[in-house]
Design a binder for this molecule. Structure first.
Ligand code: NAP
Length: 300
């Protein structure tokens, strides 16, 4: 990698904890492959220090940052501008420094849809079951709306959180691919125990946006082995988790003959879009993917 000199510029990721983030390894590999005079650094920032950290980063000329847990929502009021998509999702995962302050967007939505857009599928005829109603589920809902999915159903375990999730989408209008006029985002919410009867319909997109099955909880799946045979024909299993690969959910789905998608591509693509925003040049996506996969193999 080129030496750090007086002209080296900084990018980074803000989170807490941050030691296990794979973003530094992915972005520094991209920077190195293009011979850029940049470094991407993990910044451990507590919630109490977020505003001070942003002021400090602006003062020292940090070009842009990824934003991760626990700051994706709380950073919003500290930014001078956010994109309509980030506003709809209610979370920012990418910020960049401008003369008028920090601006932000959400690249998780585009990251999530990236493995789906390439598929030749009639999304209007696809019913979505989103498992979980946390932060990632919001990006999934926005992404499925953008794809033009016919019916979006969200499953959760807490009635109050589900109701809050549903009402938060009430006044949101987002564009759908191939149509410039924004449309209301319509979702239905259900408790988990309704899932068993729901999954028998054909052409489902089942998205796990819970941590069930994530390392070290590797023996668990949000859809049990007993429920798998009930899933309708032509359905897709998409797990946002990328450790382990594959998760129990995707192992069961593959055994059932379903198409299975894991969270690696979402991680790569959200990073690549951020890289392009900061550096105004094409991201070396193959290198970013390859670097991530190498690290995931070494460190599950
Ligand atoms: P989050 O905001 O904490 O939301 C987690 C959701 O899962 C909540 O709705 C929670 O329900 C539910 N949940 C947790 N444990 C559960 C259980 N045992 N049974 C039923 N529901 C359960 O987390 P997040 O940021 O959305 O992340 C969710 C997952 O997506 C994580 O595994 C994360 O690694 C992954 N992710 C991947 C990417 C990627 O780039 N591939 C990006 C973002 C996230 P309650 O609200 O009721 O607690």
């Amino acid at each position: 990698m080129s030496q750090i000199t007086g002209t080296t510029k900084l990018l980074g990721v803000i989170g807490n904890p941050i030691a296990h983030s794979l973003s530094p390894v992915m972005h520094n590999a991209a920077i190195e492959s293009l011979g850029l005079d940049y470094r991407y650094v993990p910044f451990s920032v507590t919630p109490a220090h977020l505003a001070t950290a942003l002021d400090g980063f602006a003062a020292i000329g940090v070009v842009g940052c990824s934003v991760t847990i626990p700051h994706k929502q709380t950073i919003v009021p500290l930014l001078t501008e956010i994109t309509p998509l980030a506003k709809a999702v209610g979370a920012v995962n990418t910020i960049w420094n401008t003369p008028t302050g920090w601006q932000g967007t959400n690249t998780d939505v585009a990251g999530f849809v990236s493995p789906l857009v390439a598929m030749k599928r009639d999304w209007a005829q696809t019913t979505v079951a989103v498992l979980g109603n946390g932060g990632a589920a919001r990006a999934v809902v926005a992404g499925c709306h953008q794809l033009g999915c016919g019916n979006i159903h969200v499953f959760g375990r807490d009635v109050a959180k589900l109701a809050e999730f549903k009402s938060s989408w009430q006044d949101i209008r987002l564009t759908v691919d191939g149509d410039d006029s924004p449309r209301s985002v319509t979702i239905q919410t259900h408790l988990w125990d309704e899932l068993a009867t729901f999954i028998s319909q054909a052409n489902l997109l089942l998205v796990n946006s819970t941590p069930i099955g994530m390392y070290p909880d590797v023996e668990n799946s949000p859809i049990s082995a007993q429920m798998m045979p009930e899933i309708g024909a032509g359905s897709i299993a998409y797990d946002l988790i990328y450790t382990p690969r594959p998760t129990k959910f995707l192992q069961l789905a593959t055994a059932r003959g379903m198409m299975a998608i894991d969270g690696v591509e979402m991680l790569v693509q959200q990073g690549a879009i951020a890289f392009e925003l900061w550096l105004q040049q094409a991201a070396p996506i193959d290198i970013m993917r390859q670097t991530l996969l190498q690290h995931l193999q070494l460190d599950p």
